[in-house]
Design a protein around this ligand. Sequence first.
Ligand SMILES: NC(=O)c1ccc[n+]([C@@H]2O[C@H](COP(=O)([O-])OP(=O)(O)OC[C@H]3O[C@@H](n4cnc5c(N)ncnc54)[C@H](OP(=O)(O)O)[C@@H]3O)[C@@H](O)[C@H]2O)c1
Length: 332
Amino acid sequence: MTINHFFDALVVNKKDEDFSMDIKKLNFDDLPEGEVFIRVHYSSVNYKDSLASIPNGKIIHTYPQVPGIDLAGEVVSSTDDRYKEGDPVIATSYEIGVSHFGGYSQYARIPSKWIVPLPKGLSLKESMIIGTAGITAALSVQSLVENDITPEVGKILVTGATGGVGSFAIAILSKLGYEVVASTGKEEKHDFLKRLGADSIVSREEVYDGSVKALGKQKWTAAVDPVGGEGLASILSQIQYGGSVAVSGLAGGNNVPTTVFPFIIRGINLLGIDSVYCPMETRQKIWKLLATEYKPVDMNVLMQQEITIEQLPSVLPTLLKGGAVGRTIVKL
Ligand SMILES: NC(=O)c1ccc[n+]([C@@H]2O[C@H](COP(=O)([O-])OP(=O)(O)OC[C@H]3O[C@@H](n4cnc5c(N)ncnc54)[C@H](OP(=O)(O)O)[C@@H]3O)[C@@H](O)[C@H]2O)c1
């Protein structure tokens, strides 16, 4: 393999009030410590990456930084014997793209304890169509399964349905045979949701009309909720007796004005989902599921855009206004 010492990376910087985001030429010596040196082939765009693209996103720990919380590529060299030149590998989350140079870069140096070998059944490109959003969706589904939510038990509500986590959750649940109700704010994307496998579609207002009852009509058996906020309080009041809600995000806010009633009167479970520090053993199990029984039937429906590093500065901020549809991957 020919190795160039200079390569392209997206660099964000902030000093006092000055914020910048530019594609720069970096040198191998600019990369942080890590046992595994990787030629990055693909990265992806997640909500967190969009926060990295604005001055007050509060997601970047140290500047200057190369964002991109996901990356997939080929090992160039490794000081850890478990990896050798040419191995296809994936790395997502931990400190990547927030305090350790991330995936919006043609090369990366990553600690081996953060790396997952590409599972059989997935290409590098497919692994980034999945990325953190797909892992989070898979962890949410797995958590519902562990809480006895089987396909026979009833309707599963998925909020933020057109977003990365929501769209992936629909594809996985549908493949597993669940009855999926997608909640979206985008009327024009109903076809996309149907193609993913949603059985029916409701508006955001049907889930949360602006007021939260302590207990409401029992509409859903379980929910995958990456939106959070007041809508989550409303969902909790609508879950059937003994049901569960897997919550992973705050696209709709972080304040959840609920009461104890859904928990103590209907025995509802609120399941917290974290993909960032999710233990390696669980991570590997989830990747294996994503390469086999959870693998969406048609990845191309989920992949809405493949962009270049040059397009990142204009694409990244679009997610922050609820504009995400499916998954966007970045070819490096
Ligand atoms: N816990 C974890 O490990 C983890 C991992 C990944 C992501 N997350 C979090 O999960 C959330 C979603 O991530 P994502 O990658 O799916 O983001 P995304 O691709 O930007 O999608 C978010 C979706 O939420 C909906 N939405 C946005 N604003 C809303 C509002 N004010 N009220 C109701 N719905 C709204 C929109 O879908 P519709 O228009 O279809 O309603 C939007 O497309 C983010 O907060 C992210 O930080 C957490």
